[in-house]
Design a protein around this ligand. Structure first.
Ligand SMILES: [Zn+2]
Ligand SMILES: [Zn+2]
Length: 439
């Protein structure tokens, strides 16, 4: 859910913790290639006081007339409905009364909005617990996240006791460390910047990292891809990156995928992670990640560093680190995409050969490890700020290293933007075609 939806819920539940409060979350349920669901909350509905027939510290009943309105809305919405209510006593388990109520309401929701995974959410003053009722009769834990400038999981997370992280827990707290341990991060690109990002995430104690890159390591990568030794030349970059993270953190779940993110099915496989580090200089990949971020409310941190050597011999070194997430402007709005290159990157091999404007050879760009790590350091710190609350407010940072400058200009979204506005891809889920090449 977005930060404003979360505020709406907090206001409703926080108004009176002496009695139970109900709310309904209408969601667009997107099945992920991994066999789970990603639920995009579209509406939060809070019953008015006169909708309650009974409302005490440990039970609530909504009137039949009000519930009829909810079923009607579910029928029109044709999405999933999460029935939420508060437990002022702090219990995260459903009561026997809750289960009896559910036995009444769930079949009706399934009748009015069939084929949807409906759910239950129990909210206490300190945490929440949510379950999703799947179509095969099973149920599963639902991880509830707030996405925007920050990314926080609201479910109860056991604080980490691990001594390994003592020094950073002193900086951002045990709750922040627990958020990191439960975080699922995808790193797109395992080259100069992506290898550094994965290395830092592993040291920070992030529990799940998935790497995407279809390239093999070359001799000319050894100057900057961390974790590599000369014997690795010819191996998939993702395998080297995954091995490095496992050496740093033996219990990590590291998932190397030697795949190209510009393929639609591969891009969709990102839907079961929590945040994406975009560490690729492919304009096509970055355009896809920008659309994906808003279409599926999946935060992305895009990091790029550019060394430009002019014919005069002057050297320009610039970097940009930008978070793409609800309430923040996308890559189109900050003019950070080369649209001609996006077009050629996303062509099929055949179309590219037939196109007279496609350059025959890849240009060999300069790359230096210390400059990469400057940009990646800013990007990972941005992730830490979003996830743990570490006070680093910028979500758009420009580096002008040839002038030793770091700037954080205020950027705004353009009305009607194709990626980040409600007239565009924003929160469309699978009602829009997912970005990427079909093959
Ligand atoms: Zn209850
Ligand atoms: Zn935009």
């Amino acid at each position: 859910m977005t930060e404003s939806q979360h505020e709406q819920l907090q206001t409703a539940f926080g108004q009176d913790w002496s009695v139970e409060t109900a709310a309904f979350l209408f969601a667009h349920a997107v099945p992920t290639p991994g066999g789970a669901y990603r639920l995009l909350i579209t509406d939060v509905v809070v019953p008015p006081q006169d909708a309650y027939e009974q409302r005490t510290a440990n039970r609530l009943t909504l009137s039949a007339a009000y519930m009829a309105q909810i079923y009607q809305q579910a029928r029109g919405h044709r999405g999933a409905v999460i029935q939420a209510h508060s437990h002022p006593d702090g219990s995260l388990e459903p009561s026997t009364i809750d289960l009896a109520n559910e036995a009444q309401t769930l079949p009706r929701l399934r009748y009015h909005a069939p084929g949807q995974p409906h759910g239950r959410m129990i909210v206490t003053p300190a945490a929440l617990h949510a379950r999703l009722f799947l179509l095969d009769g099973q149920d599963a834990d639902l991880h509830v996240q707030v996405v925007g400038r920050s990314l926080r999981q609201l479910n109860f997370l056991t604080p980490t006791q691990d001594e390994t992280y003592d020094r950073q827990i002193r900086a951002f707290g045990a709750a922040g460390q627990a958020q990191l341990r439960h975080l699922r991060v995808a790193v797109v690109g395992s080259g100069g910047t992506g290898s550094l990002a994965a290395q830092q995430l592993a040291h920070l104690g992030v529990g799940h990292i998935r790497m995407y890159d279809d390239d093999l390591l070359e001799d000319t990568n050894l100057n900057r891809v961390v974790g590599t030794v000369p014997d690795d030349v010819g191996r998939p970059k993702v395998d080297i990156s995954a091995e490095l993270t496992r050496r740093i953190q033996p219990t990590i779940s590291a998932e190397p995928r030697q795949e190209d993110i510009t393929v639609q099915q591969v891009a969709r496989s990102l839907l079961d992670v929590d945040i994406v580090m975009a560490c690729t200089d492919s304009q096509g990949s970055r355009a896809i990640l920008s659309q994906l971020a808003y279409q599926y409310l999946l935060p992305v941190i895009d990091v790029g560093i550019n060394i430009h050597v002019l014919p005069s011999g002057a050297v320009h070194i610039s970097g940009r680190i930008q978070m793409l997430s609800p309430s923040l402007p996308c890559l189109l709005c900050t003019d950070s995409l080369d649209l001609a290159k996006v077009r050629t990157d996303l062509m099929t091999a055949g179309a590219r050969q037939a196109d007279p404007y496609v350059r025959g050879e890849d240009v060999k760009e300069p790359a230096v490890i210390s400059l990469n790590s400057t940009a990646v350091g800013v990007a990972i710190s941005m992730l830490l700020s979003a996830v743990t609350g570490l006070p680093i407010p910028s979500r758009y940072t420009l580096l002008k290293l040839d002038q030793s400058q770091m700037r954080t200009p205020e950027m705004v979204a353009r009305p009607g933007c194709a990626h980040c506005s409600e007239q565009g891809a924003y929160s469309q889920g699978d009602t829009w075609t997912a970005p990427g090449r079909p093959e």
